[in-house]
Design a protein around this ligand. Structure first.
Ligand code: XMP
Length: 512
């Protein structure tokens, strides 16, 4: 990979977005820890520029994250964003202090007359997005002010050394000319080349996989989700039948899921797939269990057990392939990642070390939208690529309380009606995730002249960019009424449907 831009990560929630924006401009950017040294950076042969991200701390705090100052002697253009600009200010003899009033949200960017490349083709008085409590109170030496907002210095530069700082977040869509500024930094200041494309990635990866794998065997846990599917197809293009995928039917899958996966990947792509029917094992293990965390752990353990057993049977396999993607890599290596466990997420990870496989993670440098592009290039149908995410524990966390086959069957039917209706009415691709949860309560209803006493289901449909926060999709009343009607009429044992309009936070997307 031809890394041209390195982003030093100071823990901003927008760091990944910054890298994505740059890659969307066909320049390969990588996120590394803030404590990466100048010597480490010298290993990148085609490095053209460095970006210092934002971050939650204050540069004047005793334990503030700093920078190896040798990086400023590499003679590479540097752009500091928010915390990054404040760090540059401190290091070059300026001052940063707590502001009287914080600046969060929209602000107007007033450009100074100072000629500079960063703001070429940027309109004066455009809107930018601010998110800071500290501000610059004294300019660093040999720097000039390039722009200001109504309450702070908004951009600075040492034009001779090509060191720039912006107080606002150019990477978010609320900053009107943000992309233009990033483009200016990449192509007018750092002289980057546009050489990052998915076709190039596929070509290189296939070659790399062939060389790494040689004549050995590879196994992969296929979930039907986008990441593992794209990894499987990419690997199969490279090594064909040396790849064996294992697809576990846990009994907690959506309607016809196993069938669909087999149809597309085994038939259309001619990939070796072993379908393991482990439904009984999962239903038995979940008998009587109602606590959400306990359910998640049981499902995770059983999954590993089933996968492990299959993997051991393929004892000639040397490599284990996984659909790990870049956000997982950044998050697990981020020094900042000390957030509380809200839910213990489960994927294929956590396999015992004695399996003695070498790991193959062909997508570990890609963001989700890049994985989708690769998938499309590889010919995976859009219905699979554009699927909403589905949690590892599946219906196990969408049947609230004790999980049984009967309840999963009811939920599968309701979910299928909801999703099909969303697709038919052109809502599916306009929302980020939609699903149904079966509640452990029964309520009274009336059908015909008879009393019913059946389950309640909750529909949920959310819009989100990163799944960290989410808002409810405003589905039209008519749509909701029609879908409720269809569910009650078609699915026995359900007599009441509710629509969950809780945002995240305070709710989470899944109910458990
Ligand atoms: P929450 O419920 O935490 O969900 O707001 C955020 C996103 O993550 C998905 N999710 C999971 N994905 N394994 C996964 O791979 C899991 O254990 C898991 N739990 C939740 C959820 O569907 C939503 O997209």
């Amino acid at each position: 990979m031809n890394t041209q831009i390195i982003i030093l990560d100071y823990g901003s929630q927008y760091t990944q977005l910054l890298a994505r924006r740059i890659r969307e401009l066909n320049v390969y950017a990588e996120v590394v820890s803030f404590n990466t040294t100048a010597n480490d950076l010298k290993k990148y042969q085609n490095l053209k520029g460095i970006i210092l991200s934002g971050g939650p701390s204050s540069v004047y705090a005793n334990d503030a994250y700093s920078i190896d100052q040798e990086i400023f002697n590499l003679n590479l253009p540097i752009l500091g964003v928010c915390y990054g600009m404040q760090l540059i200010t401190e290091i070059f003899g300026g001052k940063v202090e707590l502001a009287n009033s914080q600046e969060f949200g929209k602000a107007i960017l007033h450009l100074d007359k100072q000629e500079n490349k960063l703001f070429e083709n940027v309109k004066n008085d455009c809107q930018v997005w601010m998110s800071h409590a500290d501000h610059l109170t004294q300019m660093p030496k040999e720097f000039v002010q390039l722009a200001y907002s109504d309450s702070s210095v908004a951009a600075i530069a040492n034009l001779n050394k090509n060191i720039y700082g912006i107080q606002f977040h150019a990477e978010v869509t609320q900053s009107e000319y943000g992309i233009q500024m990033i483009e200016n930094f990449l192509f007018k200041i750092a002289n980057c080349n546009k050489d990052w494309t998915m076709q190039e990635f596929i070509k290189e990866k296939i070659q790399e996989i062939k060389t790494t794998v040689g004549s050995e065997q590879v196994i992969l846990g296929l979930s039907g989700g986008v990441d593992s599917s794209v990894a499987a197809v990419l690997l199969s293009k490279a090594i064909g039948k040396q790849l064996t995928c294992i697809f576990v039917d846990t009994g907690l899958l959506r309607k016809n899921e196993a069938e669909n996966v087999m149809n597309i990947y085994a038939k259309e792509f001619d990939i070796n797939i072993k379908l393991i029917d482990a439904q009984e094992q999962f239903y038995n293990a979940l008998k009587g269990i109602t606590d959400p965390e306990e359910k998640r752990k049981i499902i995770g353990h059983n999954f590993i057990e089933v996968f492990n057993k299959q993997a051991q049977e393929l004892n000639n396999a040397k490599f284990l392939a996984q659909g790990t993607i870049y956000p997982d890599v950044i998050e697990s290596s981020s020094e900042e990642h000390n957030s509380k466990t809200i839910k213990s997420h489960h994927n294929v990870g956590g396999l015992p070390e004695d399996l003695k496989f070498s790991l193959l993670e062909p997508l570990r440098n890609l963001f989700k939208d890049e994985v989708r592009k690769v998938g499309r290039e590889l010919g995976i149908p859009d219905v699979m690529i554009n699927r909403h995410p589905f949690p590892g524990p599946g219906l196990g966390i969408r049947v609230i309380g004790e999980v049984t086959k009967e309840k999963c069957d009811i939920l599968r039917e309701v979910d299928d009606i909801f999703i099909k209706k969303l697709i038919k009415e052109d809502w599916y691709n306009k929302t980020s995730q939609a699903f149904v949860t079966l509640l452990p309560v029964k309520t009274v209803g009336v059908m015909g002249d008879n009393r019913t006493y059946d389950y309640v289901v909750a529909l949920r449909c959310v819009n989100t960019i990163d799944f960290m926060t989410a808002t409810t999709t405003h589905l039209p009343w008519e749509f909701l009424e029609e879908v409720v009607n269809e569910i009650i009429n078609k699915v026995k044992k359900v007599n009441r449907v509710v629509y969950d309009i809780t945002s995240k936070p305070p709710g989470t997307i899944e109910w458990e």
